[in-house]
Design a protein around this ligand. Structure first.
Ligand SMILES: C[S@@+](CC[C@H](N)C(=O)[O-])C[C@H]1O[C@@H](n2cnc3c(N)ncnc32)[C@H](O)[C@@H]1O
Length: 331
């Protein structure tokens, strides 16, 4: 399956999970609108195939960028011209390009909204990460490659802009919003599908990605009330711990899971394999592709029990763990 890759990058991007998510979307078989309250890079929406969509994110740069593509103030040729100019300045700048990275970053952080500078920073920053500091400022170090914008790379980004320009439908078929998810979910009606990929509770946090238990509860309440079908992406467990929100909220719905390895991420935990979960309010009996083996609701107590049994078999007790021994993989 050919996956459409968007021009924006971020560490939580779901590109690799698209075939898995799409399989579940096809089981939902909804004929109405695609509703995505936590758009991020847009990769899931762009691969959804829906001609009507309501797309939202609290990050104004993401929404501003895609609105610009929709109203054609941002185009592939303009992006090409911009990247050629800025790429040349980067390659010629002092300190191995760093001086020019700083210049673009300070005009961006100075409040001069430029969707082009947003793409520049996203592509010239370390590891394709997106992170904003406590004042909403761009907070990613330079990738230290003055020749970052070589012609082949510019062509790649320009093609990505051209591709999403074809996919984004004109208003009012696709609408972009810069609100909270709580304003968006109630817009869904019975024939729609809501795909939610909120910040993961207990994990990476930044200016646009704060996420508390209250947020999770509000999301749970709104999704419990909706007449639409929904799919929620979350994490189920990793080598070290379980996502307590599964037991607290999501276990009342159907859950399918799959191993996923995240390459990017600041702290060590984010670089490990995570068992991803898709939670949904419709029947998943037909869902077998890519399944990690948990088609049925699995109680966390059961996981904990298996964990303890396995620990016992390995001769690991609470006392050895306290003494600093590594906790073995659970499932
Ligand atoms: C995990 S990312 C989504 C990633 C996306 N599925 C992708 O593949 O690129 C979560 C997104 O939710 C947005 N967000 C965080 N809190 C929000 C809120 N309260 N309402 C709406 N969007 C929010 C963040 O700005 C971020 O872009």
């Amino acid at each position: 399956m050919k996956v459409i890759v968007p021009p924006i990058k971020s560490q939580g991007i779901k590109t690799k999970l698209i075939p898995w998510i799409k399989d579940l979307v096809s089981i939902a078989d909804q004929k109405g609108k695609w509703i995505e309250p936590f758009l991020g890079t847009g990769v899931v929406a762009f691969n959804s195939g829906y001609k009507k969509a309501i797309l939202n994110d609290t990050n104004p740069h993401i929404i501003g960028f895609y609105k610009g593509i929709q109203d054609k103030t941002i185009s592939a040729p303009l992006m090409k011209k911009y990247l050629e100019e800025e790429g040349k300045l980067l390659s010629e700048a002092e300190n191995n390009g760093y001086e020019h990275y700083l210049k673009v970053r300070s005009r961006f952080n100075g409040g001069e909204f430029s969707p082009y500078d947003f793409i520049f920073l996203s592509r010239a920053g370390f590891n394709g990460m997106m992170r904003f500091g406590s004042k909403g400022n761009w907070n990613i170090p330079f990738c230290k490659k003055p020749d970052r914008f070589a012609q082949a790379y510019i062509t790649k980004i320009t093609n990505q802009v051209a591709t999403v320009s074809q996919i984004i439908q004109p208003k009012p078929n696709w609408t972009f919003h810069n609100k909270s998810f709580a304003d968006i979910i109630p817009l869904a009606s019975e024939n729609d599908i809501i795909y939610c990929d909120p910040p993961y509770y207990g994990r990476h946090v930044d200016y646009y990605n704060g996420w508390t238990e209250q947020d999770e509860e509000l999301l749970f309440n709104l999704l419990s009330e909706t007449k639409a079908k929904f799919i929620l992406s979350t994490w189920h467990h990793n080598d070290w711990r379980e996502n307590e929100m599964i037991n607290k909220f999501w276990n009342k719905f159907n859950i399918v899971t799959k191993d996923h390895f995240y390459h990017n991420g600041g702290n060590i935990e984010n670089r490990r394999t995570v068992v991803e979960a898709l939670v949904c309010n419709f029947d998943t009996d037909d869902f077998t592709t890519h399944n990690h083996g948990l088609t049925e609701k699995i109680k966390l107590e059961q996981l904990a029990l298996r964990f303890e049994e396995r620990q016992e078999a390995l001769g690991i007790t609470a006392a050895t763990q306290k003494a600093g021994k590594r906790v073995p993989k659970t499932v």
